[in-house]
Design a protein around this ligand. Structure first.
Ligand code: THU
Length: 130
């Protein structure tokens, strides 16, 4: 699975986003150890903190199917109905990525029209774990 294909899967998922409050749609796609891809979108709620980000939706889908380790995650986000803009993951999602991907997890984003990738160690240094 190429980074570009994973990013495209994330970008397609933006159409599924439920984001009537922010009007900011996000899609994510994760690649697991077994080579499967799980996708997710952000799902908001009238009680704002009850909403969930696209990254955690995708990771939750993978884990709930028995996949406890991810190697790559691609994230696409932007104003609903418009092209994607640079959308680095929020802090809570970075912590969840640490749980199921670890320091070497690759994070694929689009920046200025080009795919860029980071390790989780770069985006979440000195992370907490038990
Ligand atoms: N959002 C994500 O889905 N992922 C992120 O990493 C950042 C933010 C969502 C949450 C909310 O539905 C909307 O984007 C605006 O914050």
């Amino acid at each position: 699975m190429k980074e570009k294909e994973l990013y495209e899967a994330a970008a397609r998922m933006r159409k599924m986003a439920y984001c009537p409050y922010s009007r900011f749609s996000v899609g994510a796609a994760v690649l697991t150890d077994s080579g499967k891809v799980y996708t997710g979108c952000n799902i908001e709620n009238a009680s704002y903190p009850a909403g969930i980000c696209a990254e955690r939706t995708a990771i939750s889908k993978a884990v709930s199917e028995g996949e406890k380790h991810i190697t790559v995650i691609a994230i696409a986000g932007g104003p609903e109905g418009e092209d994607g803009i640079y959308t680095p993951p929020c802090g809570i999602c970075r912590q969840v990525m640490a749980e199921f991907g670890g320091a070497s997890l690759k994070i694929v984003l689009k920046k200025d029209g080009e795919l860029v990738s980071y390790s989780l160690a770069e985006l979440l240094p000195e992370s907490f774990s038990l």
